[in-house]
Design a binder for this molecule. Structure first.
Ligand code: HEM
Length: 398
């Protein structure tokens, strides 16, 4: 690009305090921390996750002040808060919309990690803590969905209980521990309430660990260069604080728009009817963010194997650093661009189609779509990643 060159005092290299003595102590770990200069907007999703987590904890604690984990009272106390308490609707909407944004941001965050191979050494531990966080967030979201005790809460708990009950030998015991009886009821609500808030605080602890490990190992970058050297890095403040702030503000706008204008995107009308054990809804389905796993669960005729395939879809993420065991953290498309692009596309399409199949109860043509999507999802991890790692080692060009 041509144009009048900026005077030296306005160029990035002049702004970067490369010539200043390195910051000491607390500052060197926070505002003066040096990060690779080529981090793109996908690296702001971590900051969005932190903000939504804070929002979830704050709104959750406030909601808990008026919640009663009793099958006869849960629905009416939640409805009373929503309809009669001042700004009660806002509090509840923040928590419900926050759950969807949290999951969306998490999927993006994981996808970023897969694209740029942030799971490669030296960040394997960071990746493992991340997958542990993903599981904790999923369990917390599930437990939270049971709490308002609407139709979907009740029947969701029922389906989950039966799925757990299908595990050979220990299944029935696990099911009765989970439900606290033969069917969902007040003991189930107590369990879910305790699980929901203890896990929420454990997530805060695990996030602190996650960020501490990140600090110890350093950020990856789109170019895969570990940019701690002065020429390739910039201080966290003001460069990345401003970028993170931009990401958070954009997310805040999308959040507000969904919460105020399209709440139907993140809520299920059936859950605004009180739980009725005598009336099974025609369509029992989880929240949108669990649909891909629900699709995989249903794509297999056996309940137990369905559970294995669906749970395995998360567990396989734990194995990613070893399935693709290359030592450098270059982006996935660096060497075999076209094949990697196709493979990533297949992964994304498979995840979405599995979700659509889950939504359509894996019936008719959706049964085969669900099976194909499950195959495509696993093919990325168990086929493409090991193949690519092996091919890279042998130096074979695709
Ligand atoms: C509660 C959930 C989570 C929170 C609040 C969180 C927060 C963060 C933050 C603030 C960063 C630094 C900024 C960035 O790189 O985006 C980060 C980096 C990272 N996170 Fe997470 N994270 C969460 C879950 C996960 C999950 C589920 C995974 C993977 C399975 C993961 C893997 C990573 C990796 C590999 C990095 C380093 C990325 C790089 O430098 O390239 N995180 N996380």
């Amino acid at each position: 690009m041509s144009g009048t060159p900026l005077p030296p005092q306005h160029t990035v290299s002049a702004l970067a305090p490369d010539t200043q003595p390195p910051a000491q102590g607390f500052l060197s770990h926070t505002l003066s921390l040096r990060l690779p200069r080529d981090l793109n907007m996908l690296w702001t999703v971590g900051a969005m996750l932190l903000v939504v987590l804070a929002l979830m904890v704050a709104s959750g604690l406030t909601l808990a002040l008026s919640y009663t984990p009793d099958a006869n009272l849960a629905f009416s106390t939640v409805e009373a808060l929503e309809r009669r308490a001042p700004s009660g609707w806002l509090l509840r909407s923040l928590h419900i919309t926050g759950a969807s944004f949290f999951m969306l941001a998490l999927y993006l965050h994981v996808f970023r990690g897969l694209c740029y191979r942030s799971y490669a050494p030296p960040r394997r531990g960071l990746w493992l803590v991340g997958v542990m966080l993903l599981v904790m967030v999923m369990v917390t979201a599930f437990a939270g969905y049971v709490l308002p005790w609407g139709q979907m809460s009740y029947w969701g708990a029922d389906v989950a209980g039966k799925a757990v009950g299908a595990i050979p030998l220990i299944g029935p015991l696990l099911e009765s521990v989970f439900l606290g009886g033969d069917s969902p009821g007040t003991p189930t609500l107590h369990r879910m309430f305790v699980l929901h808030f203890t896990l929420a605080f454990s997530i805060v602890g695990a996030v602190i660990l996650h960020v501490a490990v990140l600090h110890a190992k350093g950020s990856n970058s789109p170019s895969g260069i570990k940019g701690q050297a002065a020429a390739q890095s910039l201080p966290f403040h003001p460069y990345f604080t401003v970028k993170d702030l931009l990401g958070v503000v954009l997310m805040g706008m999308a959040f507000t728009a969904v919460m105020c204008f399209w709440p139907q995107l993140v809520t299920e009308p059936a859950n605004y009817r009180p739980a009725n054990p005598l009336h099974t809804p025609a369509d029992i389905e989880p929240e949108w963010y669990f649909l891909p796993f629900y699709g995989m669960l249903q794509a297999v005729p056996s309940k137990f194997f369905g559970l294995l395939i669906s749970g395995g879809a998360v567990v396989v993420l734990l194995c990613v650093p070893w399935l693709d065991n290359r030592q450098n953290s270059s982006p996935i498309w660096l060497r075999y661009g076209r094949v990697a692009g196709l493979a990533l596309g297949m992964l994304v399409v498979s995840f979405i189609v599995a979700g659509l199949a889950g939504r359509h109860h894996v019936q008719g043509g959706w049964l085969w779509a669900g099976r194909l999507a499950t195959f495509g999802y696993y093919a990325y991890f168990l086929g493409f990643l090991p193949w690519q790692a092996r091919a890279a080692r042998k130096g074979v060009s695709a």
